[in-house]
Design a protein around this ligand. Structure first.
Ligand code: PLP
Ligand code: ZN
Length: 422
């Protein structure tokens, strides 16, 4: 464990005690709302060695020395250390060295387990009695599982149109799930529960959203540590994530910066935010620190990242890493979801395909150079929200119990010839 010094605003640096994990920065509130982040003494990580990391457990808790919770207090389901899979076919199509960090291999099948394991562990050590989340999907499912593991009740405020499988998953873990009609009401309810009963919030807790509980965001630093370790202590040139409120983007930036300061990597990668409506791209272009709320031009299939206004923490990670933001269309998501599954064997949730589409665009316009190393973080698996894929595929053709008839159908429906004439 690294003992936290406290919290500080990601924008103005104002210091707060650790107990303020459920409030945004008071100083920045009127001008440009900003989240807080956990701070440590300057030499807090100085004694950590790569050898000690390598001999640690085969979970993200091998990096406990960088985290604000003691490994002995971890509420763990074996999360993290997900594979970094080379994607040579898509990489060759783009002219880049592409790797996929496959976060669907986590215990609840998404990257949110990194946040959930750290935030629920912290909640338990701080004496929390109720875990609470406002979530449309993966975050709620993850904290529900870790709350169950910790033996704590978990309340999740979701909204009516949330993707079915993830709501089913939350309830399977025993979470107390209620839906509101208007998405924005989730935060009001959560904020009220936190203020009245001291519920422990794991997700966004104020509107406008500044990000999730800073203790949980620390868990995302392990994505950067793992990527560097899996590349033999080198950083990729680029690291691309699907971004909504930028919890993971900020955590990844912080993690790479930790390693750079320790001298374990020579430089941090440039970060890319793959988004839907373009709040970060518009704000980067316009300048200023207040995130633009952009029009909701369509109902995207990438429901997990469908916010029209991102956060200052995401903007900060992009500016500090000389990063870029790319808004991705639904037709690109469908194309790259199908291609990544069929060409690389990796089936990702629609939102999780956004990084691959962003790599294609940035390679095409020359921002990503030929043979640059690129890590695309696939944050969740396709079975989290299979409906868009199923709609696109249509019905499976039905054939009689006759192989010749089946071969005819294969030929007419799929356009392939199999059998002895193949
Ligand atoms: C699959 C998936 N990818 C990406 C995101 C975006 O996360 P963040 O808010 O950390 O940007 C989410 C958020 O809910 C998600 O469910
Ligand atoms: Zn501030």
């Amino acid at each position: 464990m690294a003992s936290p010094a406290g919290l500080a605003c990601v924008r103005c640096g104002a210091a707060y005690p650790i107990s303020r994990y459920a409030v945004d920065c008071e100083r920045c509130r009127g001008e440009a709302p900003a989240n807080l982040t956990v701070t440590y003494a300057p030499d807090a990580f100085a004694g950590i060695t790569r050898g000690a990391v390598a001999s640690g457990p085969l979970t993200l808790w091998r990096y406990a020395a960088f985290l604000p919770v003691d490994a002995r207090d971890a509420v763990s389901l074996g999360e993290g250390l997900t594979p970094l899979v080379p994607a040579p076919r898509l990489g060759a199509a783009f002219g880049a060295r592409l790797y996929v960090k496959d976060e669907s291999r986590n215990p609840t099948w998404s990257f949110k387990d990194r946040l959930a394991t750290v935030v629920v562990s912290a909640a338990r050590t701080l004496g929390a009695r109720v875990i609470a989340s406002s979530s449309s999907g993966n975050a709620g499912a993850a904290v529900a599982a870790y709350a169950a593991r910790a033996g704590l009740p978990c309340v999740v405020f979701t909204f009516q149109a949330a993707a079915g499988p993830m709501v089913t998953q939350m309830r399977a873990y025993g979470a107390l799930v209620v839906a509101v009609r208007d998405k924005a009401d989730r935060w009001k309810l959560l904020e009220a529960g936190v203020q009245r009963f001291g519920w422990f919030p794991t997700s966004p807790f104020v509107a406008p959203v500044v990000g999730s509980n800073p203790l949980g965001i620390e868990g995302y630093k392990t994505l950067a540590y793992e990527i560097a370790e899996q590349l033999d202590w080198q950083a990729p040139d680029w690291c691309v994530l699907p971004v909504c409120y930028g919890d993971a983007l900020y955590g990844v930036w912080k993690g790479f910066e930790d390693l750079r300061r320790l001298g374990w990597i020579a430089r941090s990668p440039r970060l890319v935010a793959a988004e839907i409506y373009g709040s970060l791209a518009a704000t980067l272009a316009a300048g200023g620190d207040r995130l633009l709320d952009v029009p909701k031009t369509h109902d995207s299939i990438a429901a997990s990242i469908g916010a029209t206004q991102s956060t200052y923490q995401a903007l900060h990670a992009l500016r500090a890493s000389r990063g870029v933001a790319v808004a991705i269309r639904d037709d690109e998501l469908m194309t790259w979801q199908a291609r990544m599954a069929a060409e690389e064997g990796l089936y990702a949730e629609p939102s999780s395909v956004a990084p691959v589409a962003a790599v294609q665009r940035l390679r095409a316009d020359g921002a990503i150079g030929r043979d640059d190393s690129v890590v695309a973080v696939i944050t969740a698996g396709g079975l989290k929200d299979p409906a868009p894929t199923a709609r696109h595929q249509g019905d499976v053709p039905v054939v009689p119990a006759d192989l010749d008839a089946a071969l005819d159908t294969l030929r007419s429906v799929y356009g392939v010839t199999l059998g002895d004439d193949a």
